[in-house]
Design a protein around this ligand. Structure first.
Ligand code: ZN
Length: 309
């Protein structure tokens, strides 16, 4: 498990009030509160921005792309330097972008996504990459705010793993939440907890990680119907991890799915309070095949002691 991103930091956000335009409202205030709440929730209270300054700055400059650097420099002087710094420019540049500890935003809605790109400024290796998808047409995984169209307060499992926040539950030890399945190992059953459930049933995992030598890590996670935008009965997700980003490459429910050359997964039953059980196997799963139980689930045949990653 990567070392978690933890601690409390400062964020400053200035709304640029161009000299030839009406003073804009302070949209930065809601934005920084939302950014803080999102990270506090995702990290189980381990990471956030307890110092949040915002200001609408009356500029000496007219609205123009060529004035943006000077305008941001003036705004930075007036609001002071923070661990992360945001400037809402209202379209002086046609897009939002970011670098090092600075976000340059078209509007406040872009703040959460851009903040993910600058987390390296707080702790090395923690910047988030895009949540892409090879399903659908727009290449965007909208279950994450690092997708291209999404403002949801969520990240994908590989992204939570990269940040060291595999569980939002403060009482749940991180190392208990993501199991590791070794390719070539005997078929193994894992009861799944909803990735975003507030409660945690003993014996369940939030996800399973599969590592292939010289290849991308595969992460499997689960959302219940009410959390799935497609409103299926069950929704399991398979992502590749791409640094701090992820690529959604499979979404499945009841049928067996082959996720890689030697990786088969099938929903084989229920555990405890109705949690789905996924069997991971290096060979195709047949009706007769037996398995190890990862957790000692009583509904499943269990021959060996379980092992958590
Ligand atoms: Zn981006």
């Amino acid at each position: 498990m990567p070392k978690p991103l933890t601690g409390q930091y400062s964020i400053g956000a200035a709304v640029l009030g161009w000299s030839d335009r009406k003073m804009p409202p302070n949209s930065a205030s809601g934005m920084v509160n939302d950014i803080n709440k999102t990270y506090m929730d995702l990290s189980g209270g381990r990471f956030g921005f307890n110092k949040r300054d915002t200001k609408v700055v009356r500029l000496r400059y007219k609205f123009a792309r060529k004035n943006l650097n000077k305008a941001e420099a003036q705004a930075q002087r007036e609001i002071g330097r923070h661990d992360l710094n945001a400037f809402i420019h209202g379209g002086a540049r046609k897009f939002s972008n970011s670098g090092r500890d600075k976000m340059h935003l078209i509007n406040a809605r872009a703040g959460k996504h851009e903040s993910g790109h600058v987390l390296d400024a707080l702790q090395n290796g923690k910047s988030l990459g895009h949540a892409t998808s090879s399903l659908g047409n727009d290449n965007s995984d909208n279950y994450s705010f690092m997708g291209f169209g999404a403002a949801v307060p969520r990240l994908t499992l590989p992204q939570l793993y990269n940040e060291g926040w595999p569980s939002q539950s403060k009482s749940l030890p991180a190392e208990k939440t993501i199991a590791q399945y070794e390719l070539g190992a005997a078929p193994t059953d894992y009861p799944f907890e909803n990735l975003y459930a507030e409660e945690h049933e003993d014996g369940c995992v939030r996800g399973v990680r599969v590592v292939k030598p010289n290849s991308r890590e595969v992460f499997v996670s689960y959302l219940s119907a009410k959390d799935d935008e497609h409103k299926g009965d069950l929704a399991f997700f398979a992502h590749y991890r791409t640094g701090g980003g992820s690529q959604l490459f499979a979404r499945f429910n009841d049928k067996q799915i082959q996720l890689d050359e030697n990786l088969y997964v099938k929903n084989v039953g229920l555990y405890g309070d109705g949690k789905p059980v996924l069997r991971f196997s290096s060979t195709p799963i047949t009706a007769e095949s037996s398995s190890n139980s990862a957790t000692g689930a009583e509904t499943m045949p269990s021959k060996k002691k379980h092992k958590h990653a």
